[in-house]
Design a protein around this ligand. Structure first.
Ligand SMILES: [Zn+2]
Length: 54
């Protein structure tokens, strides 16, 4: 959704809580708006994984 993607540009993402998974000690989920993989950095704080091709 376009408005959500604008928020993504400002670093606010919307993790898909039905697709949360654990990778080692990390909690990751795809963003519902932009589709990037997010990593949980704290309570309610998610950050997109930095990728070279992002
Ligand atoms: Zn996003």
């Amino acid at each position: 959704m376009f408005l959500l993607r604008i928020a993504c540009l400002f670093g606010r993402h919307f993790p898909n809580r039905t697709d949360v998974r654990w990778v080692g000690v990390e909690t990751v989920a795809p963003c519902r708006a932009c589709g990037r993989q997010l990593r949980r950095e704290g309570k309610g704080k998610w950050r997109a994984w930095t990728r070279v091709d992002a």
